[in-house]
Write a protein that binds this ligand. Sequence first.
Ligand SMILES: [Zn+2]
Length: 139
Amino acid sequence: MEFVPAGEIIGKKHQIRTIGLRKSPHLPDGEYTFVDTYCMDPSCDCRRTLIQVLLNGVHVSTIGYGWESQKFYNNWMGVESNKNYMPDLHGATVDMSSPNKVSPNSILSFFNALLDDKWIAAFKKNYNAVKKQISKAKK
Ligand SMILES: [Zn+2]
């Protein structure tokens, strides 16, 4: 499954988030940029984003974030929710593809601390805009 930054699909309407961090006991100082990417399959209803975290322009981590309930993802994957081999797609996790150049637990805490309703709403909006744009392009 290919994930592409929202900005490459929906252009200027999309804004990435950059946060400066100083003197954190857990993460290096610098400018952290969160680039939300979305899957490029117009028929796929995965409802999640993979967020590339850049530190001063260097890709240091990849966070997967799913805004729907775990029940939604269980249904979507076609598994029963009482089986516990299901990966956790709800909420934020460090993705398997992450380069892990900073502490995975620390970057996850940082992300969760920044996560608010406004940011979640932006992910949903970007997801929908990307899906709309790519399904138009396929016609
Ligand atoms: Zn997908």
